[in-house]
Design a protein around this ligand. Structure first.
Ligand SMILES: [Zn+2]
Length: 187
């Protein structure tokens, strides 16, 4: 898999074994890796805290990243480590700030119409969801986000009465936060 800074890795491989240059390069590489991993962690923490603190419930796809990495079309755009780390921070801040976080199975989230529920088959390259049944047209990811949220709210409903009344409160209030695909399931 292509990693940021790979040319550096390649240059390192060309240095002579046991040479001073190789040692120097190895140290340089290690520092670069450390920097990238710190930046990644920083980003994950900040983004996760921001997402959790500005919402009452966070629903996300329970992605099997390992399976996706096996697909070479997908592997370019996902980093196993980055997603797993971000998700862990979301769950952590959820506990800290008392915000419900729920992972939903990804089945059908991108193929179903978030307005009428009909299945609208589309390939990965189709970026816009256009429903022939109800006419609903929306960005592919946005449509998926609405499905994920609805499943998330339903799942929370099965978790217990406290969580249920909480989810019902959210639905009743009609809170719509378009940024993250919030919607009133009746609308
Ligand atoms: Zn539809």
């Amino acid at each position: 898999m292509l990693q940021p800074g790979e040319p550096r890795q390649r240059r390192f491989s060309k240095t002579k074994k046991g040479s001073k240059n190789r040692v120097k390069f190895r140290n340089k590489l290690a520092r670069k890796h450390l920097k990238v991993s710190r930046q990644r962690k920083d980003f994950a923490v900040k983004t996760a805290r921001c997402v959790v603190q500005s919402h009452d419930l966070v629903a996300y796809e329970d992605l099997k990243v390992r399976n996706m990495l096996k697909n070479r079309h997908l592997s370019k755009s996902i980093s196993d480590a980055a997603w797993t780390q971000f998700r862990q921070w979301v769950e952590y801040f959820g506990k800290v700030f008392g915000v419900v976080t729920v992972a939903v199975p990804p089945h059908g989230t991108s193929q179903n119409c978030s307005k009428c529920g009909e299945v609208v088959k589309k390939s990965l390259s189709t970026r816009t969801h256009v429903c022939p049944h109800c006419g609903h047209t929306q960005d592919r990811d946005w449509n998926a986000a609405r499905n994920i949220l609805e499943i998330g709210l339903r799942t929370v409903g099965h978790m217990g009465t406290q969580a249920l009344s909480y989810a019902e409160g959210l639905i009743a209030s009609g809170d719509i936060n378009l940024e993250f695909g919030w919607r009133n399931p009746s609308g």
